[in-house]
Design a protein around this ligand. Structure first.
Ligand SMILES: Cc1cc2nc3c(=O)[nH]c(=O)nc-3n(C[C@H](O)[C@H](O)[C@H](O)COP(=O)(O)O)c2cc1C
Length: 201
């Protein structure tokens, strides 16, 4: 079986975003893990409209062409690491919209989060964990929380995420967790597919 493929989904799109910094940092750590392949998926490259379909794609095929492509893109992956900016104690609208635009493609795959902000994006991450459960994802215990002091120091160029050992440790735990669950769940999904084919034959 091929290596699990993990997406790092860049969850904010504004011009002045901080998201690029944690994205590049976690991508380097994730790419050094021997058991997974890693790709950055930037929501700036996915100009989805505000959700405008007759139903969730779990119930009715989406009509919008970008949405159809987005669903095929999400389906390529076996696990997800989302950068989690916190806007008013919640995930960004652009990330929630992109999540809503796929459905079955998220199912039975692990998810984790790199949060940042006053309390390390904790409130956005907890929202995202609930959303992930509704989409039958497996949100893992480990997450990264870049709290305000570190966020400001990195944003102002006084420190680099690479130099912050407590964050490197959280990031390594996160990648290890996602890689483990991605491998296990990829095998389980493959076994399910074989069983369904056998039943249909
Ligand atoms: C609309 C808006 C709301 C925000 N609300 C919060 C918040 O509730 N909690 C928090 O810790 N930071 C909040 N912030 C500050 C963000 O943590 C900070 O701007 C961060 O860089 C946002 O991520 P981004 O730069 O990737 O967009 C908010 C920022 C914006 C633009």
């Amino acid at each position: 079986m091929s290596k699990p493929k993990i997406a790092i989904v860049v969850g904010s799109t504004r011009a002045a975003r901080f998201a690029d910094v944690p994205t590049q940092w976690i991508a380097k750590i994730a790419k050094s893990h021997a058991d997974i392949d890693v790709e950055i998926v930037d929501l700036r490259d996915w100009p989805l409209p505000f959700f405008d379909e007759v139903a969730s794609s779990a119930w009715a095929p989406s009509q919008n062409e970008v949405a159809q492509r987005w669903q095929r893109k999400v389906a390529e992956f076996d696990g997800f690491i989302f950068t989690a900016a916190e806007y008013n104690h919640a995930p960004t609208g652009v990330l929630k919209n992109a999540i809503d635009y796929a459905a079955n493609e998220w199912n039975k795959k692990p998810a984790s989060f790199i949060g940042y902000g006053s309390v390390g994006g904790s409130r956005a991450i907890e929202h995202l964990r609930l959303i992930a459960v509704e989409l039958q994802m497996a949100p893992v215990k480990s997450a990264v929380h870049i709290a305000w002091g570190d966020y400001l120091a990195v944003r102002q160029g006084e420190k680099k995420l690479e130099d912050l050992e407590h964050l490197n440790q959280s990031a390594t735990a996160l990648v290890n967790d996602v890689a483990w669950w991605a491998k296990v769940l990829k095998a389980a999904r493959a076994a399910d597919a074989i069983a369904s084919e056998a039943q249909a034959a």
